[in-house]
Design a protein around this ligand. Structure first.
Ligand SMILES: *Cc1c(COP(=O)(O)O)cnc(C)c1O
Length: 223
């Protein structure tokens, strides 16, 4: 089933759009089945979970961090992930920069935007994003490649549209600022129920869990 689900989703995606399998709570066997269906990017929310499956799946896929990242986990994160989609503070970016300098590497990152302006949600407020991106762009070992957003979850994908649109407009604003070292090429938006709307609003990375792997036991468990 997982294999076929991935194939079906990939067939429906326009060229140039990347599928990130949101793999929280899923086993390495589940992920490997998705890989057989053509999956190329795995998204993980928690470092410990990522470490466990990474050991078995390895570098045959790209790994994206899609959950909130604590600074004390950055050292481990940079050993696993090819992209961190959830940078929302200078402090976090500085820690990533520091650990990447030590490891002799550069980390592609997306800035997470709290497009719904929700309290207690991670992500930077939309109006603060340009300033944050300018500051982070000065770091030598972090490379900003776009924006990521969750948006409020209501169950009705049409209700997510304005938040996706705001995020796309923000990415165009930042692009027009022409900040050296910043390449706004990715827009990571949309989940199982909302990815089609996200695509219409310009997403080129979609993060899908349930449609690939089935319902998670124990509720949505987002972040
Ligand atoms: C779980 C998760 C998704 C995917 O959610 P589904 O509804 O299962 O598709 C996308 N993005 C993030 C950050 C997640 O944690």
């Amino acid at each position: 089933m997982i294999r076929e689900n991935v194939r079906m989703i990939l067939e429906g995606l326009p060229p140039g759009v990347g599928l990130v399998a949101a793999a929280k709570t899923r086993s390495a066997a589940d992920i490997l089945e998705a890989v057989e269906g053509g999956l190329e990017i795995v998204g993980e929310n928690y470092i410990q979970e990522a470490e466990a499956v990474f050991e078995q799946v390895g570098r045959r896929v790209k790994w994206h961090m899609i959950g909130h990242l604590q600074r004390n986990k950055v050292k481990k994160a940079v050993q696993i992930f090819d992209m961190i989609e959830t940078v929302d503070s200078v402090r976090l970016a500085r820690e990533i920069d520091k650990q990447c300098e030590k490891a002799g590497m550069r980390m592609p990152v997306l800035v997470e935007v709290n497009s719904g302006r929700e309290e207690n949600k991670s992500g930077v407020m939309p109006e603060e994003a340009p300033g944050l991106i300018r500051e982070i762009s000065a770091l030598d070992h972090v490379e900003i490649q776009g924006l990521m957003t969750m948006g409020p979850f209501t169950g009705d994908p049409e209700e997510a549209r304005p938040y996706f649109r705001t995020t796309r407009e923000l990415s165009e604003t930042v692009r027009s600022m022409d900040i050296p070292g910043v390449d706004m090429k990715y827009l990571s938006m949309g989940m199982s129920n909302s990815y089609k709307v996200a695509l219409e609003e310009g997403a080129n990375l979609v993060r899908i869990g349930t449609l690939i792997f089935g319902e998670r036991s124990g509720g949505p468990g987002v972040n």
